[in-house]
Design a protein around this ligand. Sequence first.
Ligand SMILES: NC(=O)c1ccc[n+]([C@@H]2O[C@H](COP(=O)([O-])OP(=O)(O)OC[C@H]3O[C@@H](n4cnc5c(N)ncnc54)[C@H](OP(=O)(O)O)[C@@H]3O)[C@@H](O)[C@H]2O)c1
Length: 214
Amino acid sequence: MKIGILGSGNVAQSLGAGLLKHGHQVALGTGSPAKLADWSAQHPKARVGSFADAAEFGELVILSVKGKAAVEAVQAAGAQRLAGKVVIDTTNPIADAAPVDGVLQFFTGPNESLLEQLQREFPQIRFVKAFNSVGAAHMVDPSFQGGPPTMFIAGNDEAARKTVSGIVRELGWDVADMGTATAARAIEPLCMLWCIPGLARNEWTHAFRLLKRS
Ligand SMILES: NC(=O)c1ccc[n+]([C@@H]2O[C@H](COP(=O)([O-])OP(=O)(O)OC[C@H]3O[C@@H](n4cnc5c(N)ncnc54)[C@H](OP(=O)(O)O)[C@@H]3O)[C@@H](O)[C@H]2O)c1
């Protein structure tokens, strides 16, 4: 599949490398391509260009920019270019304020989410939340005691959730489909929970798994 990734940070680089490894074609989009010179040299098959280039390239697109810049990055990519496409939203609404006792602060409240804001702002795009509740280093082919971890996903379009479930499984995860975008109110704060051991004790090697009674 041709996958465009909006972003140049750890998530974009990790998913970009992983998707290439799994046989996909990848284009990363950024406002500053120079930032990706080293990554590009290591991944010569990947394209690097503007946000608009990556949006145009992708049959499926991944949004992996700073939460506060999510709307701006989609605008830079061009909402029209993304119309009808599935966009995996990896972002978290992390505020600039410092964490409190290892707990990140969000700029959203409990009965809202960044995914819902994006979906309201760009109704023509089929957003699906995924990959926000684990560190970039574990996003592809995660290896943990106790089997594959669980990726919680949500989005309004059922077919889009199915497409994203396929990719998430291909990258080594179990999927828990939580339904419509409203569920992101619960999925985004998993990022806070995931980061507590890291911020409090510098432990970053864990992931969530949903256990079900057989
Ligand atoms: N890091 C992780 O382990 C992790 C794990 C799960 C989820 N997440 C979430 O995934 C997202 C990406 O995280 P990250 O750590 O890879 O990167 P990041 O440092 O949070 O964000 C870097 C990206 O944000 C873009 N950006 C910043 N300000 C912008 C603006 N005003 N307009 C447009 N773009 C702007 C940058 O653009 P340029 O390319 O132009 O510099 C860059 O691509 C975040 O929302 C984060 O919360 C991160």
